[in-house]
Design a binder for this molecule. Structure first.
Ligand SMILES: CSC[C@H]1O[C@@H](n2cnc3c(O)ncnc32)[C@H](O)[C@@H]1O
Ligand SMILES: [Zn+2]
Length: 435
C-alpha cells in the first residue's frame, strides 16, 4: 500500500480539542505516520499519493458502541411498539424462523456498507452466528468487536446457555490473531440470563481476558420485573454476581438512580447510549449529562436497524447533544466537543482499543474520515466541530479509511457493489415477508 498524504481544510484533534489548519495527515501502511505542516509533509514524503480535501474536516472514524448489525434485514419489519412486545411478538419469532449463517453474513455486510458510507469505521456488535459476523467484517476490512450472544432460552442457533457458550469459545478460537476483529461475551440482558449463567460468563471473561457487553436497565418494566422476581434492581443483582468486576459495556442504562450512577463510575463500567432506539421504543431518557459528570465513560450506539431504523452515528451525535440540553434545561449541557468525544475516543476506550483508534494521533491505526462541509446545509463554516455535531448529513462523508485502506473514495464504496447488497436485501425480504 502506498503512502498517502491527506490535505484537509480542518484536522480535528479530539484529544486536545484543537482544529489544525494547513496540516497534513500521512498514512503509511495501516497507521498514521505523521501529522505535520503540509509543506513539511511534501518534503518528507515526496513520492506519496496526495489526497486533496480542500473543503473537508478530517476526523477519526466514528465508533458505534452498540449495534446488532445483521438486523438491517429486519429494518422496518415491526415498528411503533414497546421493547418487549417488539421482541416477543415480532423480532424473536422472525429471528427464530430466519436467522442463519447466510442471514447474518448478508445482514452484517449491508450494515457495514451503511456504516462506512456514513463515517463509522468500528462497531461493537452483539448477535447470533458470531463466526458469520466476523467473516463479514474481515471480508470487507471493517473493524468489529463481535459480541457472542448468550441467552437462557433456545433458538435455532443454540439449545441452551451451555451451547451458546461453547459456540462463543469455538468462534473466539477460530479468529484469534485477526487484528480487525475482537470478541466480547454478550449476555443478552438481566431478564434473559440466569444467575448461574452470568457466573460462568464472569469466570470465562476473567480467564480469557474478554470484555462483557449486555443490555442493562433499558426499560422501567425490566427494573420492575427484577424487583418482583429477585427483590433487587437488575444492576444491584449483577453487581452482587460480580459482573461489574469485568470490563463491562452496559448498553442503554436508561434508568439510573444517583446511587447507580455513582456505582457505575466507581466500578469503571462503560455505557453505550442509544438515543434514537430509546426514543423509538419509548424506553425513556438516559441521564447522560449526569453520567458523564460522574466520570462514566459514555459512548454512542445506534442499536440495531430494526429499532432505530438507521445506522447513522451523525444523527445519534446530534440527538445526544440536543436531548442532553432539552432534558437538563441547560443549553451548555453536552457541548459539541464532548459529543464528538463520545462518538470517537469514548467508544474506543470502552472497547479497550483507545491505544489503536478513536483519535488522530501518530502511531494509531489509520481509521480516518473526511466530511465535505461545502454543502449548502453546512455553509458558512465558522466552526467545523459545530457542523459535525449539529448540521452535517451522513452523505457528506466523502472519504473513509480503515487501517489505512480506502473504503470510501469521493462518496463511492470501494469494497461493495451496491446492486449486490440491494439484491440480497430484497431476496431476504421476499423470504421473510412474501407478498
Ligand atoms: C444479545 S443481542 C441479540 C438479541 O438482542 C435482540 N435485541 C435487539 N435490540 C434489542 C434491544 O434494544 N433490547 C433488547 N434486545 C434487543 C436481538 O433481536 C437479538 O435477539
Ligand atoms: Zn441492543
Amino acid at each position: 500500500m502506498s503512502t498517502q498524504i491527506l490535505l484537509p481544510r480542518w484536522l480535528i484533534q479530539i484529544e486536545t480539542h484543537e482544529v489544525l489548519t494547513g496540516h497534513a495527515l500521512v498514512i503509511k501502511q495501516d497507521r498514521i505516520a505523521a501529522i505535520l505542516p503540509a509543506a513539511d509533509a511534501f518534503a518528507r514524503y515526496p513520492d506519496a499519493e496526495r489526497v486533496d480535501l480542500p473543503e473537508h474536516a478530517l476526523l477519526p472514524g466514528l465508533v458505534n458502541l452498540h449495534t446488532h448489525s445483521a438486523m438491517t434485514l429486519l429494518r422496518g419489519y415491526a415498528d411503533d411498539l414497546a421493547l418487549m412486545d417488539w421482541l416477543n411478538d415480532h423480532i424473536w419469532p422472525a429471528e427464530g424462523a430466519h436467522v442463519s449463517d447466510e442471514f447474518v453474513f448478508d445482514g452484517t455486510q449491508l450494515a457495514i456498507a451503511e456504516m462506512i458510507r456514513g463515517g463509522t469505521t468500528c462497531a461493537n456488535d452483539g448477535y447470533f452466528h458470531h463466526g458469520a459476523v466476523a467473516r463479514a467484517a474481515l471480508a470487507s476490512g471493517f473493524r468489529m468487536m463481535v459480541g457472542c450472544s448468550i441467552l437462557e432460552f433456545p433458538t435455532p442457533y443454540a439449545a441452551d446457555a451451555d451451547q451458546y457458550i461453547r459456540r462463543a469459545l469455538d468462534c473466539i478460537d477460530e479468529f484469534t490473531g485477526e487484528s480487525l476483529v475482537g470478541f466480547t461475551l454478550a449476555p443478552h440482558a438481566p431478564y434473559s440470563v440466569s444467575d448461574a449463567t452470568f457466573g460462568r460468563i464472569i469466570t470465562l471473561a476473567d480467564e480469557l481476558g474478554l470484555g462483557i457487553h449486555c443490555h442493562i436497565h433499558e426499560t422501567q418494566d425490566e427494573i420492575d420485573d427484577s424487583l418482583r422476581q429477585h427483590g433487587v434492581r437488575p444492576l444491584e443483582r449483577l453487581a452482587r454476581l460480580g459482573l461489574l468486576d469485568s470490563p463491562l459495556i452496559a448498553a442503554h442504562m436508561v434508568h439510573t438512580t444517583d446511587a447507580e450512577i455513582a456505582l457505575l463510575a466507581q466500578r469503571g463500567v462503560h455505557v453505550a447510549h442509544n438515543p434514537a432506539s430509546n426514543l423509538k421504543l419509548a424506553s425513556g431518557f438516559a441521564r447522560i449529562t449526569d453520567q458523564l459528570a460522574a466520570g462514566i465513560n459514555v459512548g454512542i450506539g445506534t442499536d440495531g436497524a430494526a429499532s432505530n431504523n438507521k445506522l447513522d452515528l451523525f444523527a445519534e451525535l446530534r440527538l445526544s447533544a440536543l436531548l442532553a440540553k432539552g432534558q437538563s434545561g441547560n443549553p451548555t449541557a453536552l457541548p459539541a466537543w464532548q459529543a464528538l468525544e463520545m462518538a470517537t475516543i469514548n467508544g474506543a476506550k470502552a472497547l479497550g482499543w483507545d491505544d489503536r483508534i478513536g483519535s488522530l494521533e501518530v502511531g494509531k491505526q489509520a481509521d480516518v474520515i473526511a466530511v465535505d462541509l461545502s454543502a449548502l446545509g453546512t455553509q458558512p463554516a465558522y466552526d467545523p466541530v459545530s457542523h459535525l455535531v449539529y448540521a452535517v448529513d451522513r452523505n457528506q462523508v466523502s472519504h473513509v479509511w480503515i487501517a489505512g485502506v480506502p473504503q470510501l473514495v469521493a462518496g463511492e464504496l470501494t469494497r461493495f457493489k451496491q446492486a449486490q447488497l440491494v439484491a440480497n436485501a430484497r431476496r431476504w425480504q421476499a423470504r421473510i415477508a412474501p407478498r
